[in-house]
Design a protein around this ligand. Structure first.
Ligand code: PHE
Length: 355
């Protein structure tokens, strides 16, 4: 008994010193390791006469628990000390200057889509979307554009299969069809998105963006179309007055159809919208053809309305003075840095998104 009492006193003394984790681990193995003093004492139990053995075993267990508890306490103390010293030494110095963070920019097309969505949502249009890969039914047939109609070639369509059933949509107009098929009139939507035609020069890219507009209700007429477009153009270009010209045109899915030009002038090489006597085409529109309404099970004797398709990239070029459309899609970081928008800068006509 006196032996193990000595072990106990010796180690309690060791454990009361200032120790680190390695020291404690060392002590642990000196006591409880393979050849540790406590382990050995247990091994020696057999050498005691049976009448003393029980008492000795119980004392030994008692001492073992006491030492074990002391060790655990010590480990806890050391860990707490470490955390406290870390907290003291690793304080955040909020007075240090910020690191130079490279902030991403919003692409002008995304910016303009947000602006357009915001302007139309103010007058009750909701935003719809459709797939880029369309079938010829939604892209042409349902839009009153039968097989062999010249518009199918005019659009320089990218077909995705030999039977010409699947294609990359040539305009956002198929979203008109999709929207009307899945709901009931009235409809008042815009549908921004990517469109594709095999065409490439300074003002045409094989992938470009349009926003479709569709408003179908009882008694909607061309006056509403004109009012809506003039409201949009004024809001978008942030001008009070605009000159707008409706030129008769042809689209299979509208009757009558028109293309809309807006007046502008060049001032110091810059385009100014709303003044001057030059004209710029920005969109196609018209009253939705009764055949289109019939194709989507809307009664043309009860409902009618207008549709329009605006070239988004062209609007972005005009508003933000960008003169080569192809640069939009070349993913040149320097270009984006120059023409892109700071996500934290809110433009003056931005009214927040309804999406
Ligand atoms: N989809 C036509 C185009 O891409 C534009 C348009 C849309 C015309 C809706 C009339 C009505 O040229």
């Amino acid at each position: 008994m006196s032996d193990i009492k000595k072990i106990k006193d010796e180690f309690l003394d060791k454990l009361s010193k200032d120790l680190n984790i390695e020291n404690v681990n060392q002590i642990k193995s000196e006591l409880f390791g393979k050849n540790g003093q406590i382990s050995n004492a247990f091994k020696n139990l057999g050498s005691f006469p049976p009448e003393e053995r029980k008492k000795f075993a119980s004392d030994l267990n008692f001492i073992k628990d006491e030492l074990q508890e002391k060790i655990n306490k010590k480990i806890q103390e050391i860990e707490i000390k470490e955390i406290n010293s870390k907290l003291d030494n690793e304080k955040v110095d909020v007075t240090l200057p910020e690191r130079n963070i490279i902030r991403g920019k919003i692409h002008p097309v995304s910016q303009v889509i947000d602006e357009i969505s915001s302007i139309f949502s103010e007058v009750g249009f909701s935003v719809e979307e459709g797939p880029d890969v369309e079938n010829e039914h939604y892209n042409f047939t349902a839009l009153n554009t039968p097989d062999n109609h010249p518009a199918r070639d005019m659009h320089d369509t990218f077909y995705l299969d030999d039977e010409k059933k699947l294609l990359l949509r040539t305009h956002t107009s198929p979203v008109q069809v999709r929207t009307m098929l899945k709901g009931k009139p009235p409809f008042k939507i815009i549908a921004p998105g990517r469109t594709y035609r095999s065409d490439s020069d300074q003002t045409h890219a094989p992938m470009f963006h349009q926003v479709e507009g569709l408003h179908i209700d009882k008694n909607i007429n061309m006056g509403h179309l004109k009012g809506c477009l003039s409201y949009f153009i004024k809001s978008f270009f942030e001008v009070d007055k605009i000159k707008m010209r409706f030129r008769p045109s042809h689209f299979p899915f509208t009757e009558p159809s028109a293309e809309v030009d807006i007046g502008y002038e060049l001032k110091d090489g810059k385009i100014e919208i709303g003044e001057g006597d030059k004209w710029l085409e920005i969109l196609g529109c018209g009253m939705v053809h009764p055949n289109v309404l019939k194709n989507v099970k809307v009664n043309p004797d009860k409902y009618q309305g207008y549709a329009f398709g605006i070239g988004i990239d062209r609007l972005a070029m005009l508003k933000y003075g960008i003169n080569d459309l192809r640069a939009f899609f070349e993913t040149d970081y320097r270009w984006l840095n120059h023409f892109g928008f700071d996500p934290l800068d809110v433009p003056s006509n931005y009214r927040g998104l309804s999406r």
